[in-house]
Design a binder for this molecule. Structure first.
Ligand code: UT7
Length: 373
């Protein structure tokens, strides 16, 4: 029986702290006027000391479960797309798995820079469609403020923190993910990277002194690449889905720069009103930007059951991709009960995690005692 991968839940989370362009004027040599006219960004959110990629991703994941009857223990797979992970390893996905008590889930991170959410969603959708799994959480989460050099005006103005998550479920009714194109061009990898901290350039006092642990970007080249690929990938995804561009009610693009979105709109001959845009409020939140733009568009009533959408992203790698999908979820109502349920899931997960840690310690003591005997 053919199975389809449906998007049945979604949620987002952003830090409270707002960093406006005017705040940035005090930090780097940039003006509000320049930033707004060249990027469309007015403000972005910045994590406080207690917030991390995993904590934001956890909040978004719990919100994605709200309004559904899916329990954390029902989830088979968690994929976190991120370029600001909690650690090199373990995977941020494993930390979120523990934070929500998804006892039956495999969890891993996916690295494809800002395109990561689309690639991760496609991997989850294919696993669901194959029948290998039934329910997956796909999360894009970032604390870009931890990898941005606030002395580099080229990048400091662009990036912000946040997280978005989708719940993917297998069903026999048609709909959900219709197609996905995934593309990469590693010859442009040096255009957008964090050079130090990997096997090529391990962290040393010198790499830190030279700011090599921060994002380095050739903005102009990335801009040129982005304006070329967004419209083309959107068309490919629409063709593969067997629908026409006119059938697509909303494009949800990666939020990097309003001028890139405007170029895509021109390339597709579509009015800007058919694009989800919130880059002005959050800047570029990398892997989180597409699910966050989706969540806000849904809240504004811009997405309805039965609508065809295209999610389209691009970024470091170079990488780019687009996914066509049909929304099948009926009106989703989130109540106080859902919010209480999220708190309960988190509390139970804490207890579960603690008991597993204690259990592991007891086991190791018994093992040591037995080994000595
Ligand atoms: O998720 C994917 C990640 N990255 C992107 O999507 C980034 C794509 N690139 C961009 O969005 C744009 O290239 C930027 C916003 C980064 C830069 O905009 P631009 O229109 O391409 O500016 P530019 O780099 O061509 O620079 C134009 C001028 C330069 O001065 P000169 O050389 O013409 O005298 C820059 O030094 O603007 C200057 N400039 C700034 N001025 C004030 C660059 N950054 C700033 C700044 N404030 N923050």
């Amino acid at each position: 029986m053919t199975r389809y991968a449906h998007i049945s839940g979604w949620g987002m989370a952003v830090p409270e702290r707002v960093l406006t362009n005017h705040d940035l004027e005090q930090i780097v040599d940039a003006t509000d006027e320049w930033i707004v006219s060249r990027t469309g960004i007015r403000e972005r959110r910045i994590a406080d000391k207690t917030e991390t990629t995993a904590s934001l991703g956890t909040k978004a994941a719990l919100r994605a479960l709200q309004g559904t009857d899916v329990k954390a223990a029902d989830i088979d797979l968690i994929i976190v797309a991120t370029c600001s992970p909690e650690y090199v390893f373990p995977a941020t996905a494993s930390i979120i798995q523990d934070n929500i008590g998804a006892s039956q889930a495999g969890a891993f991170d996916l690295s494809a820079a800002c395109t990561g959410f689309i690639f991760a969603l496609n991997m989850a959708a294919q696993s669901v469609r194959s029948g290998n799994i039934d329910k997956a959480l796909v999360i894009g989460s970032e604390t870009m403020s931890r990898v941005v050099n606030y002395e580099d005006r080229n990048t400091a103005i662009l990036f912000g923190d946040g997280a978005g998550a989708f719940l993917v479920e297998g069903r026999v009714e048609p709909g959900g993910v219709l197609s996905c194109v995934m593309r990469s061009d590693g010859s442009g990898g040096d255009l957008l990277s964090i050079p130090a901290g990997g096997s090529y350039m391990p962290t040393t006092p010198e790499t830190v002194a030279n700011n090599m642990h921060f994002i380095q970007m050739n903005g102009r080249e990335v801009f040129r690449f982005a304006t070329r690929v967004v419209a083309a990938a959107t068309r490919d995804a629409v063709d593969d889905a067997g629908i026409a561009l006119e059938d697509v009610s909303l494009i949800v693009p990666h939020q990097a720069n309003i001028r890139i979105i405007e170029a895509a709109a021109r390339g597709l001959k579509m009015p800007l009103e058919r694009f989800a845009i919130n880059v002005d409020k959050y800047g570029n939140t990398s892997t989180a930007s597409i699910p966050m733009a989706f969540c806000e568009a849904w809240d504004q009533g811009r997405i309805r059951t039965g609508d065809n959408l295209v999610l389209v992203g691009f970024g470091g790698g170079l990488s780019w991709g687009a996914m066509a999908l049909q929304m099948t979820m009926p009106e989703r109502v989130i109540t106080k009960v859902d919010r209480r349920r999220s708190r309960r899931i988190r509390t139970l997960a804490r207890v579960r995690s603690m008991s597993r840690r204690v259990g592991r310690r007891v086991e190791s003591l018994i093992f040591r005692t037995n080994a000595k005997a």
